[in-house]
Ligand binder design. Sequence first.
Ligand SMILES: Nc1ncnc2c1ncn2[C@@H]1O[C@H](COP(=O)(O)OP(=O)(O)OP(=O)(O)O)[C@@H](O)[C@H]1O
Ligand SMILES: [Mg+2]
Length: 291
Amino acid sequence: MAFFSEGDLVWLRLQKVNDFDVPIGATVKSVDGLGMLLTDDEGQEHFLTGSSLGDVQAMHPSCLSAVDDMIQLGELSEAGILRNLFIRYNGQKIYTDIGMVLVAVNPYQHYPIYGEQHINDYKPVTDTSDKPPHIYATAQHAFISMKRRLQNQSIIISGESGAGKTESTKLILRYLTAVSGQQTTLDQQIVDANPILEAFGNAKTVRNDNSSRFGKYINIYYNRHALIEGARIEQYLLEKSRIVYQVLMFSEKETRILFTLLAAILHLGNLSFQGEVQIIKKSITHNLPYS
Ligand SMILES: Nc1ncnc2c1ncn2[C@@H]1O[C@H](COP(=O)(O)OP(=O)(O)OP(=O)(O)O)[C@@H](O)[C@H]1O
Ligand SMILES: [Mg+2]
């Protein structure tokens, strides 16, 4: 075991409760012959003695403070990434870069970072790497690259349900229509079309009050002067498994089993089951509102 002293930042491996648990950051409060007292990033205290001292590891110096671009982390581990996002999120910085990729953490509250002033901050920028990470920086990067190279650009927005994809799409549309030369009614129509489309497809689920039932592929057409000439929105019905998963709160594994069973029933008629079906029975009984 390495030797630690008061004030050192370390990784603390807690007992795993589920597969997604990773070591968390902690500060050494005191060390003596009996053991070591740590306070983790969430303010919880841990007193470690004997073999549990083996759960503590030194933190790479690059992870000590939060960075704008996580490429700068010398220890690009899951724990390092999550801690960086956590520290930034606590400082109301919801956007972080990993090279060309922008990570957004949904704040579930309004931050005043999307107004006209913020659009104007990014508008004249030709090298977005000099600016703090922001969804407008991503949009500006695509816009500038299109103008410079005269090539189509794509922005892919992905994440789990409730992550903020639909909101991010609207922000990107707002930015692109705002920077494309003179504002026209066409630009405004493109921005306005989104809520109308949402009104048809969206539904309230356990994850998101405004969950999209359709994925979208949005084409924005520019002319040679980088003015918007039109747009085309294609909608894709999201997989049905997603809706079952969200409404009944099935795990991915349970959803897979459920669909295998349904397929079998549809093909073969009545069946009797053994083994894994118990998981589904329990889950259905547990999750149905009228159970
Ligand atoms: N940047 C943001 N600032 C403040 N609130 C946000 C932001 N992004 C998302 N939210 C909040 O989170 C909610 C869910 O976001 P959103 O609908 O964009 O998720 P989604 O990823 O599209 O989910 P789904 O896959 O279920 O459609 C929004 O209704 C809004 O309240
Ligand atoms: Mg959505």
